[in-house]
Design a protein around this ligand. Sequence first.
Ligand SMILES: O=C(O)[C@@H](CO)OP(=O)(O)O
Length: 249
Amino acid sequence: MKKLVLLRHGESTWNQENRFTGWTDVDLTPKGFKEARNAGRLLRENGFTFDIAHTSLLKRAIRTLWIALDEMDQMWTPIELNWRLNERHYGALQGLNKAETAKEYGDEQVLIWRRSYDTRPPSITTDDKRYPGFDMRYRGLPSGDIPVTESLKDTVARFLPYWNQSIAPQIKAEKKVIITAHGNSLRALIKHLDNISDQDILNCNIPTGIPLVYELDNNLKPLTNYYLGNDSVIGEAISAVANQDKAGA
Ligand SMILES: O=C(O)[C@@H](CO)OP(=O)(O)O
């Protein structure tokens, strides 16, 4: 049996301000630092060690990983960074407040933008200052890979090549792996691993800073999965993510 750990970054400044974030490179809040440290503590107390860590090119995920590894006293763990683990690109919604957007467009529309499988939020244009093509970290990418908006389906499509070519072979080769990423890039992976339907993925919400352990068979089919930590804290954190788009939030 193989174990894979998934960790969403700790609370970011735009999580705190309840803004659509996507590829915007915002940092952790003080609470996010604490969540990352707590994730490291839970991993340490449960005896986890890693041969390799994967994360995105966004500092909220990178810093969460650094802090968790620091808390585990395993900062020497090799880290691979890849844009394919980035958050889903939220197009022209990036920067907008989720509750205000729900007031303007309605809860139902915002839920569709946030959680439906194949609906893309409105796009940005390639002359928008939010266009990732202006950011030097993405300079090596073909322009066809640089998003102006993404559905979860698009996120699955750009995550899976990295999973299939880099991460899955490492796990099959008995490497112990942690992936520190984002709410929607991790939903993309979970959809694939658990073979969740396009409809049911709507109800999947991932809390910040709580390690999620997958136990996998030799073909990487999930046997079971569980969060580390206190069940009621985890339940509240999952509901808080689900409710961010309520007009009264
Ligand atoms: O804003 C975002 O990029 C994501 C994650 O924080 O939000 P949501 O949960 O609404 O998909």
